[in-house]
Write a protein that binds this ligand. Sequence first.
Ligand code: GLC
Ligand code: CA
Length: 590
Amino acid sequence: MIEVLPQQHEQKWWKEAVVYQIYPASFKDSNGDGVGDIPGIMSKLDYIRDLGVDVVWVCPHYKSPQVDMGYDIQDYEDIHDQYGTLEQTVELIKAVHDRGMRIIFDLVINHTSSLHSWFQESRSSRNNPKRDWYIWRPAKYDANGKRCRPNNWRSNFSKPAWTWDETSQEYYLHLYAPEQPDLNWENKECRQAIYRSAIRFWLDKGIDGFRIDTVNLYSKHPGLPDAPVVYPDSESQPAMMYYANGPRMQEYLSEINDILGDYDTMTVGELPYTPREADVMAYISARNKQLNMVFNFDVVDLGQTPGARFIPRPFTTRDFKRELFKWQSVIENTDAWTTVFLENHDQGRSVSRFASDLPEHRVRAAQMLAVILATLTGTLFIYQGQEIGMINAPRSWSADEYKCIKSVSHLSEVREKSKSDPHALSEALDILQKMARDHARVPMQWEGREATNAGFCPDGVTPWMSVLESHEAINVADQAGRKGSVLEFWKQMVRLRKAHKDVFVYGKFREVEGDDNNNPDGQDTIVFVKEAPDGAKSVTVANMSTKEKDWAPAAVLEAGRDFSLAVANVDDLKENRLQPFEARVYISAA
Ligand code: GLC
Ligand code: CA
């Protein structure tokens, strides 16, 4: 008789995968022009494989004017010149496969670059056959006859979401930069073109799926109504309630799935502005056939005001735990799947944001985060540099070091509003030092002191973004093969995760909260239990603070079970005490 195990999830390669995210511009420069490239990625595939990675995710490498670092695509079927050629990309796919790994690309189809031939045609005249492939609206006029935008929506880069087109005398919608016009998904021909050019083209070249950019923004609320005014002094207002999760999302994702059904793929959608579990379930429940999993924003949005990244809002470890654990339970008694991540190309470094990047703490802090991430349920994502514990750029960075469109436009807004008040600028830099996307985008740190450009590009060349001085202490060359390094520790955690995947990947999650309430000192301690369908268990314990904490193992490690210590990031464990940023994992067989 086959025993039916309760809540067992169907096992799939993409659920068990450890995914490694690469930002091509900053990973490895092979030809000395200061910009990372595809041959550079090729040269580091063994390094990635040795980490225990199963899937490589490459951020947009397509032909693009790089207004938003490739998230503005000019041609889905061609490669950004500085990154390489189509042939090299096909070679990359093969080289990844040859090493037993899979590869996914970014799918950016809410918008194109304004240089895409589709938009060039669309804007050429109101009668152009592709006019309706983008979202065009006539101007409105106020009582004084002044030309106004069709509605008050604000783009995700702070400015109004509509731009006037002189030639054809209408406004077009862009939820991001003006150089990123939104495609009109209502138009069937347009959808067919997207499917052909952005999706099938690459699946036929052998890739194994997609990370889908801003996946829930394609369907806008009909009529494009004005958003409620929350910033009375501003000409534009946050309007996600009218452009996220619109009424036709399900239909569009079903169409995409009809194509994916011809291949063995994984999909992970970026799902902003969707905090409610029921709304998320609609996307990730397997029977709905929409997405395999999504990135929720709850934990990475900590520290900022909703919808306003650069308006800081303090948070505690308790908040961190709540948000990090929020999506652990969505797989319980459901057919849904989830993700585990703390970093990507849009976020500051996790050690700097959630732990401590001080020299005396950062190694242990990075290892502690590794312990937490590698023992949580879901598909695990690691962002380049996270595996060596890279940290944010220092506060001494001047404004012109920041290159990201979001940072640059924020700084120019601050300058404008404050009339270049040095105090306002300094405050803005304080915030950017924590929250800017730039911190993830600096060159990968391959080598130490001996290489001024950290081995990312040859010394003497000016890299497209400054190499951090911290590369002298934090780099691959120093850590590879060195016991106690963040890199070796990550490898150990990945191995452990795979050796006990029923517990760590598929296990049922339960937070042990007791401490927080009974003992104020326990506030900064994280304790959770995982349980495999067969009854095997693990306990993860972490001290998120710079102070020693009491911890009573007996309260968690059940009597009568044979728990053994599987990993710890300190050598001299103390009984009933956790050292700053200490983390441990215990396991017990069924
Ligand atoms: C996503 C990307 C981000 C980009 C935006 C617009 O959020 O991760 O980098 O700016 O979409 O495409
Ligand atoms: Ca290069």
